[in-house]
Design a protein around this ligand. Structure first.
Ligand SMILES: *Cc1c(COP(=O)(O)O)cnc(C)c1O
Length: 400
């Protein structure tokens, strides 16, 4: 049939061959997915692992990425969300109902805590905060539904007694969800760790960080080994219209090839910077799971058998360095840029006032303002020089 040019332009005659091999998988962009015929339309099941019905459910591009993420983390099923926080939200809204109790570490990723507080007020969900370095602070009642774990925790990087937290939660029939962004599936296997081959029920991962590796894509994932949990999540994911763009998925997919090498390098560079930071007189405490004085160091050794530890290093400055001094330090850095997030090529710095962030007493932490360094892919010696310059220029504390 001969069509008008307007129609012919839309219904192009040339189709990609059935199979053509390229280094990166083909990129599908879709809202509509075209059914071959009415049988294909009526015979589909939304519970299929790969439901090619509509763009929100997924395309080969998003399923390829999801399978890869599940594999890296040691799970079987993966759902993708437009950000790490959105993945957290998916877990909370899927599993928490009116009257449930949820346990959350005091050092959990901050916006997760805020999200739970919001659910607490609106839906009568009881939020209980536990001390990540004291397992006795986790006392689930018979209403307890979910515990959020993070190893190492946000900003202060304490490594919890993951083995015993998971065992205790399982005994109490509490669902275990681990924010796996720090370990990224590379520092340890959240679905098979410790001598007893323990496993969490769910992981969320901010793919924004190491998997993206570029500082230019937002994405999150929820991984599990449990088909039943996956189907509950799958349904909520579909109901909430959580979807990611094919272009973003392809960007993350492209970065996965180098993720392990980047993670190793950033872990290694962070250790080099850490060793130097420990010797600086302005700094009263370094926080890093591989540092023998840091809280939970023994649990890190136990769980992270590969001895990797991501690219994050936090330090607490002596209390005489006030906010003005710390701001001048951050402003005088040149290679380190001031910004949130981590896992990208550029090193980042962020300053925190812990006294405004935590709810429980912090005996293991010195008083003083905290600065977190996220080590990028620069040469560590250059980063050290940058920090040395900024320390040199930092406003000196007022003499007492
Ligand atoms: C960044 C981060 C998140 C959230 O990821 P976004 O994609 O930025 O929403 C969640 N958990 C941890 C530990 C993070 O560092």
């Amino acid at each position: 049939m001969k069509y008008d040019p307007q129609t012919a332009l839309i219904h192009a005659p040339r189709k990609a061959p059935q199979y053509i091999e390229t280094v990166q998988p083909p990129l599908f962009r879709a809202s509509t997915i075209i059914f071959k015929n009415t049988s294909a339309l009526f015979d589909r099941h939304w519970t299929d692992d790969y439901d090619y019905s509509y763009g929100t459910h997924g395309t080969p591009t998003t399923y390829t990425l999801g399978d890869n993420i599940a594999q890296i983390e040691g799970g079987d099923y993966c759902l993708l969300a437009p950000s790490g926080l959105s993945a957290i939200n998916l877990v909370n809204s899927c599993f928490l109902s009116h009257g449930d109790e949820v346990w959350v570490a005091d050092n959990i990723y901050g916006p997760n805590m805020e999200h739970l507080r919001n659910l607490e007020t609106r839906y009568n969900i009881l939020v209980k905060v536990y001390n990540p370095i004291d397992i006795n602070s986790f006392q689930p009642s018979d209403k307890a539904k979910l515990i959020w774990l993070e190893a190492a925790g946000s900003v202060t990087l304490e490594f919890p007694d993951l083995i015993n937290f998971v065992k205790k939660a399982k005994e109490a029939k509490v669902l275990t969800a681990l924010d796996n962004t720090w370990g990224a599936g590379l520092a340890f296997n959240a679905f098979d760790f410790g001598e007893e081959h323990l496993s969490v029920d769910l992981t969320i991962h901010a793919l924004t960080k190491y998997p993206s590796g570029g500082g230019d894509v937002l994405m999150g994932s929820v991984v599990t080994q449990n088909k039943n949990l996956h189907h509950q999540l799958f349904r909520m994911h579909a109901l909430q219209g959580i979807a990611i763009s094919g272009d973003d998925a392809a960007l993350v997919q492209r970065s996965l090839a180098s993720m392990k090498i980047r993670y190793q390098q950033q872990s290694q560079s962070a250790l080099t910077v850490l060793q130097w930071l420990k010797l600086q007189e302005q700094i009263i405490q370094v926080l890093h799971p591989a540092d023998e004085h840091s809280a939970g160091h023994e649990y890190w050794k136990e769980v992270c058998e590969t001895k990797q530890s991501a690219g994050l290093v936090s330090v607490i400055f002596k209390p005489e360095y006030d906010m003005t001094a710390i701001r001048s330090f951050c402003d005088n850095l040149s290679l380190f840029k001031l910004g949130f997030s981590w896992g990208g090529p550029i090193s980042l710095v962020m300053l925190y006032n812990l006294s405004e962030m935590r709810r429980l007493p912090q005996q293991h932490l010195q008083h003083g303002l905290l600065v977190r360094f996220c080590i990028g892919l620069e040469k560590p010696e250059d980063l050290i020089q940058d920090i040395a310059n900024a320390l040199e220029k930092m406003n000196k504390p007022q003499s007492q």
